[in-house]
Design a binder for this molecule. Structure first.
Ligand code: PEP
Ligand code: MG
Length: 551
């Protein structure tokens, strides 16, 4: 059976479940005995608050001296310790005691009132309510003289299952024993998720079905799919163990440049859709940006953004990659990315209509505004800016765009190869463009005459098709002959096996969604460039392509 939730990271773990200890019993709401004076009870509550505050501060200190992940937990622990020293909360608790409550009950109600307030605020604040609840429970446990609720102890490694974990629990988890964390609550921005990510713990959060998991049962936790498999078969366990070994190895290489076993360098770059995507790109060790789709600036707007607005956005991205290559693509309006103010509404076949450079040529103000903003952003930053146009059909269009780009002072101006015609003219294109980046999504669509947005022809959407690979080879060969760099920035580059073949075809760099970087880097490292060339030869012959018509 499979339980689904939100996976954090891409790790896989296999092991027995241990559930987090049950929560403390709720302190009864019976009036305090008259023989216990309010001042004594208030003192007792204040004492417990102080103990918990000191304990959390101590844990924060220990975390600050711990490993990298624990270090990140230190400020969080420090922050939540302050809930236990909040004077207004202490005063509320004292008032409740004066009103006749026991210290335990007063602490419960005092914290609950603040928790409710946090929850009502929603979003990030609502997720902090769990931290507050945890601190309250610790105070009550101290008052009751029982151990604070927390992570269970086990001699052997286990998958920890809980409703949610407190930051203190997550921060102090013994990583040698914790195979994975599964929670039924908590979103992807809960502390459990943040700290699991920071400490590299395999985790699936928000998995409602996890409440049914029982102690001792064996599960597979797959963060990449956000699943927990119960009663796994031997074959499923074997596959998970293999995935685990591969993922661990892949992660070890993060931060290293993309390279074959024999050292041949294939830079691995990131595809990004907005400046904030620089974060995951850098986290996964991208060596630069291979495709920045600028559509985000235009989509949803009634008119193009101003040059100043654009300059700011481009500079924001470029500023994150000093000294590194950043390829920015001009607006690709039309077809699957229509823009009301640029794209005609009455095209019967939009994919064959005005899109990419064709649209820009009709709207010169848009292309010139973008080029102006790019040159301004380039002047302000230290990145190595490359600029390219989408949907370029041949060497004449390439020459048109290169000349225009250079007239704005841009240093590296290239084109995307997305239409088969450009592959057929590649030797001429290589003599006019500074570089070519192959968009395999569109190149596949146009080579196989199969609309990339249509489910009925989705089986044609694979760059493994030898016709697509042959088109890529034409471009790579021309690039290598004339010393013009050729990269791939379509989805094909994110498929580790296909990435090896692309490099074997002579492509010089690969750009992909950041989460794919680890696996592609690891796969390249398994082979030599010569192996890749052999695979590429087979792929060109169609050895790895199976059309479902054959069945
Ligand atoms: C492509 O076509 O492969 C590509 C990268 O461009 P987009 O997916 O934005 O059309
Ligand atoms: Mg495209």
């Amino acid at each position: 059976m499979e339980i689904t939730g939100v996976g954090i990271g891409r790790g896989v773990a296999v092991g027995p479940v241990i559930r987090m200890a049950a929560a403390l019993p709720e302190p009864a709401d019976t009036p305090r005995s008259e023989s216990v004076p309010a001042e004594v009870e208030i003192k007792r509550a204040a004492g417990a608050l102080a103990v918990v505050n000191a304990d959390l501060r101590k844990r924060a200190e220990e975390a600050a001296n711990g490993d990298e992940g624990a270090k990140k937990a230190a400020p969080i622990l420090q922050a939540i310790s302050m809930f236990a020293s909040d004077p207004s909360l202490a005063q509320n608790i004292a008032n409740l005691i004066t009103g006749g409550k026991t210290a335990e009950r007063a602490v419960l109600e005092g914290f609950a009132a603040v928790e409710a307030m946090f929850k009502a605020l929603g979003g990030y604040q609502a997720e902090r309510a769990a931290d507050l609840h945890d601190v309250g429970q610790r105070v009550i446990a101290d008052l009751m003289g029982v151990p604070a609720p927390g992570v269970p102890y086990s001699e052997t490694p286990f998958v920890l299952v809980a409703e949610d974990l407190s930051p203190a629990d997550t921060a102090t988890l013994d990583l040698s024993k914790t195979l994975a964390i599964v929670t039924s609550q908590g979103g992807p921005t809960s502390h459990t998720a943040i700290l699991a990510r920071a400490r590299g713990i395999v985790a699936v959060v928000s998995a409602a079905g996890a409440d049914d998991l029982t102690d001792g049962e064996s599960v597979i936790v797959n963060a990449a799919n956000g699943t927990i498999t119960t009663k796994p078969t031997d074959a499923q366990i074997a596959a998970a163990e293999q995935a685990k070994a591969k993922a661990a190895k892949a992660k070890e290489l993060r931060g290293k440049p993309g390279a074959f076993k024999d050292g041949a360098h294939i830079p691995l770059l990131a595809n990004v859709g907005k400046p904030a995507d620089a974060e995951p790109a850098l986290e996964y060790g991208a060596e630069g940006v291979g495709l920045f789709r600028t559509e985000f600036l235009f989509l949803g707007n009634a008119e193009p953004p101003s040059v100043e607005e654009q300059t700011e956005a481009y500079a924001e991205l470029l500023g994150r990659f000093p000294g590194k290559k950043v390829v920015i693509r001009l607006l690709d309006a039309g077809a699957d990315k229509p823009l009301p103010f640029l794209t005609p509404e009455d095209e019967p076949n939009p994919a064959l209509g005005l899109r990419g450079l064709r649209t820009l040529r009709v709207h010169k103000d848009v292309i010139e505004g973008q080029l102006k903003a790019l040159a301004a952003a380039d002047a302000k930053t230290e990145a190595d800016l490359w600029v390219m146009a989408p949907m370029v059909a041949d060497e004449r269009e390439a020459a048109y765009f290169v000349k225009l780009g250079k007239s704005f002072g841009l240093k590296k101006v290239g084109v995307m190869a997305e239409v088969p015609s450009i592959a057929l003219m590649a030797d001429k294109v290589a003599q006019v463009a500074d570089f070519v980046s192959i968009g395999t999504n569109d190149l596949t669509q146009y080579t196989l005459a199969a609309d990339r947005t249509l489910g009925s022809v989705a089986n044609y959407q694979t760059a493994w098709h030898p016709a697509v690979l042959r088109a890529i080879k034409l471009i790579a060969d021309a690039g290598n002959k004339y010393g013009m760099p050729v990269g791939v920035c379509g989805e094909a580059a994110a498929d580790p096996d296909l990435a090896v073949v692309l490099a074997g075809l002579g492509v010089n760099s690969l750009s992909m969604t950041p989460v794919a970087l680890d696996d592609v880097r690891a796969e390249l490292a398994e082979w030599t460039l010569e192996d890749a060339r052999e695979k590429a030869d087979k792929a060109l012959d169609g050895d790895f392509y199976h059309l479902d018509w054959e069945d």
